[in-house]
Design a protein around this ligand. Structure first.
Ligand code: UFG
Length: 341
């Protein structure tokens, strides 16, 4: 019997490449598309090397609907996972139209083609950013969404709404939005991982680059928050665990185990970790000293957020299993691989 095929848009990116590996390991056939605007072919080669499968790759921009249609005509996938999007919060404030245009057009094109070409199942990469500064912790899927502080966050909320409305209106279309908390780490092979271009915005790549000597010093943005050690708290989810959540969610749709046409799941560990705790854990597990300093608060930062993951645990049968230490060791192994250390 032919394998069930899944389209992975943005599959050369950080979360997309790890998910492609997890899908192949779970027995799916994967087609990767990516415009390589913020990624490169090394990730696709990494996926091929890890899995031993010559995964098809097509360089396509999802904003180009006719080019995307060619992919839909060429491959018989019933299901798609849409990762392709811009994701830098700060840049989105400076260039909102770039974010609205890219993130909305690409998703709308995918959904339109799914309708036009009769495809059924779609997963959307959403974010815990939709919860803003929560009123109560941990956040559940029913916690209110807060007005976004960035165009990037707005695109996540808008795409969730587009998916909700489309799955309500179009018979045969089913969707799940996964709200990621803070992804980090890398595949244990160190063949794929996070590769930010330029100065990293996110904490873990900044830590690993500082440890590698690429950055001089990590700035910890604020130690005077109302948290136990004064630094912000997040729910850091291992990217391999996160990839597993995608396999669980797409399988649910493919096998028709979904309870509604549109569902939302938090994907986190359920545990809050402060910036300082993370830095200390990184130093300890990798047996090194990190050069860091306390800096001023970063505008727009949420003080603390972590997930209630009961729904994903029960409905998807998925749970994060990797420890903070394993993840931070993998992140460092990947950075060393990238730098040839
Ligand atoms: N931080 C530092 N120094 C740095 C970078 C980050 O102290 O050099 C701190 C931040 O102030 C924050 C924490 O580390 O307290 C995490 O920051 P990240 O930038 O790694 O992650 P965020 O929680 O700000 O953002 C992430 C994703 C976004 C997403 C958001 C909410 O990057 O895409 O979670 O879900 F929108």
């Amino acid at each position: 019997m032919a394998k069930e095929q899944v389209l992975v848009s943005g599959g050369a990116g950080y979360i997309g490449s790890h998910t492609a590996v997890a899908l192949i390991e779970a027995g799916y056939d994967v087609v990767i598309i990516d415009n390589l605007s913020n990624s490169d072919m090394n990730a696709v080669e990494g996926v091929r090397k890890i899995t031993g499968v010559d995964v098809p790759f097509e360089k396509v921009d999802c904003c180009d609907k006719e080019a995307l249609r060619v992919i839909f005509k060429k491959y018989p996938f019933r299901s798609a996972i849409h990762f392709a999007a811009y994701k830098a919060v700060g840049e989105s404030v400076d260039e909102p139209l770039k974010y609205y245009s890219n993130n909305l057009c690409s998703f709308i094109n995918i959904l339109e083609l799914m309708r036009e070409e009769g495809r059924e199942n779609i997963l959307f990469s959403s974010s815990a950013t939709v919860y803003g500064e929560p009123d109560a912790l941990p956040v559940t899927e029913n916690s209110p969404r807060k007005p976004s502080t960035s165009p990037y966050g707005n695109t996540k909320q808008m795409c969730e709404d587009i998916l909700r409305d489309s799955t309500a209106a179009y018979k045969g279309l089913k969707g799940i939005a996964l709200r990621y908390f803070n992804p980090m780490g890398a595949h244990p092979s160190a063949l794929i991982g996070e590769l930010p271009r330029g100065v990293p915005n996110n904490l873990v790549p900044f830590i690993t680059q500082t440890a590698a000597g690429v950055r001089e010093c990590l700035s910890i943005f604020g130690d005077d928050y109302p948290t136990p050690d004064g630094t912000c708290i997040r729910d850091y989810i291992d990217v391999v665990d996160l990839a597993g959540a995608h396999v669980a969610a797409i399988s649910r749709l493919i096998e028709g185990r979904n309870k509604a046409n549109y569902e939302i799941f938090n994907v986190g560990t359920g545990r809050g970790v402060s910036v300082m705790e993370l830095v200390k854990a990184f130093e300890k597990v990798n047996n090194l000293k990190l050069n860091y300093r306390i800096a001023g608060r970063r505008a727009g930062d949420t003080i603390e957020v972590w997930a209630n993951t009961s729904l994903a645990n029960e409905e998807l049968g998925w749970k994060a299993t990797r420890t903070l230490e394993e993840t931070l060791a993998a992140a460092w192994a990947w950075e060393k691989h990238v730098r040839g250390l």
